[in-house]
Ligand binder design. Structure first.
Ligand SMILES: [Fe+2]
Ligand SMILES: [Fe+2]
Length: 374
């Protein structure tokens, strides 16, 4: 059969739905709408045949009713296909106590017990994609692997520890960023940036890219030691407050309305509040979080700081943040080519410090490898 594919931009990760029930397939497709593209099939065999000519999906949702033998035959069909065997599968089942669920758990796959709300479906997909991407980090070079594993752990732990009222020693955060600085110091970050591309936590992907480019920028400008670490840590945590922004606003696949813009802008104050809970956090880290959306002409937020009132580290962070946002892949847009992003940034006279933009541009044009990796 021909797949029921969405007529959506393919910038969204493709999720394959395999479910024999027409109504349930449609229900799942609607639940994914806005976050993922979907290709739906009645059987695993149909999916294997069609996907060979479409694209390898980021994830497969497979219902236990896919085959009369309780879903395990569907799993075997998927797992014996060379293109699909490494694609993460999320199983949809009525109860835990089945061979289908046991087979999935044995491979480390996640299972959703029906019925489940949309939020739980989306959260499970995110967890499964994240788990799959992070598992691939085991195959990259040790310095990059440490940088990613330690920074993602810090990124995930900081909000939880804050909610639990536990203190966070800055030394833990600094150690995670030291690995990142080390990877960047060796100009060894192509694989590092490639390795986070499919990660489903956009804020982490954006933050690690900002931290990486900021470390490189700082290193090229002569910063070393604690100063460079402050810059990298500021990059990693500059948007940490976004973990408290509702997903519906954070991942909205379109223009934000006035109220949503104001919620989104609130991430700056949230980030600064969170950083207050890190013991002995350097002032530069907090300043990067507080000022990265300020503009040199005073039209930025939250304080409308102007010219000389803007900290140098925050000016650098603002440049890298804009570059990151333009060249990031989002659910609603393709990444802008780096050269086009740099051209656009030279026109942002009132926003960005143009002396630093020129230095950033020269640095990136010098590092052709960095340009290839974005
Ligand atoms: Fe931000
Ligand atoms: Fe940002």
């Amino acid at each position: 059969m021909s797949p029921e594919a969405d007529a959506e931009p393919q910038t969204r990760p493709l999720v394959t739905i395999i479910d024999p029930c027409d109504k349930h397939r449609e229900h799942l497709r609607r639940a994914l709408n806005g976050r993922y593209s979907a290709a739906a099939f009645q059987s695993a065999g149909d999916a294997v045949r069609a996907l060979a000519t479409i694209a390898v999906p980021a994830l497969i949702l497979l219902d236990e009713r896919t085959s009369s033998s309780g879903g395990t035959a569907g799993l075997e069909t998927v797992w014996s296909d060379p293109l699909l065997r490494d694609v993460p599968v999320v199983g949809l089942a009525k109860t835990e106590a089945t061979d289908f669920v046991r087979a999935l758990r044995a491979r480390g796959c996640l299972v959703l017990i029906k019925p489940f709300p949309r939020d739980k479906l989306l959260m499970t997909i995110t967890s499964s994609l994240t788990q799959s991407i992070e598992a691939q980090w085991d195959t990259i070079e040790p310095v990059q692997r440490s940088a990613l594993k330690k920074t993602v752990a810090i990124f995930n732990e900081v909000p939880n520890l804050i909610l639990e009222g536990k203190p966070i020693p800055y030394s833990d955060v600094r150690d995670s960023c030291a690995c990142l600085v080390e990877a960047v110091r060796h100009r060894n970050f192509d694989a590092l940036l490639d390795s986070v591309k499919g990660h489903d936590n956009y804020t982490y992907v954006h933050s690690i890219r900002v931290a990486t480019f900021l470390s490189h920028f700082g290193h090229e400008l002569g910063l070393r030691g604690d100063d460079l670490l402050t810059l990298a840590t500021g990059g990693l945590l500059h948007d940490i407050g976004k973990v408290s922004i509702p997903q519906a606003v954070l991942n909205k696949p379109g223009r934000l309305n006035e109220e949503e813009v104001s919620v989104m802008r609130g991430h700056v104050v949230l980030s600064v509040d969170m950083l207050d809970h890190i013991t002995d956090v350097p002032r530069g880290v907090a300043t990067i979080a507080a000022q990265h959306h300020e503009k040199v002409d005073g039209t930025g937020y939250p304080r409308g700081l102007k010219g000389g009132a803007l900290n140098d580290l925050a000016r650098m962070a603002a440049i890298v943040d804009v570059f990151g946002a333009l060249t990031d892949r989002r659910v609603y847009k393709d990444p802008m080519p780096p050269e086009a992003a740099l051209d656009l940034m030279t026109e942002m006279q009132g926003h960005l410090d143009q002396r630093l933009v020129r230095l950033f541009r020269d640095m990136l044009l010098d590092a052709a490898s960095a340009l290839r990796s974005v």
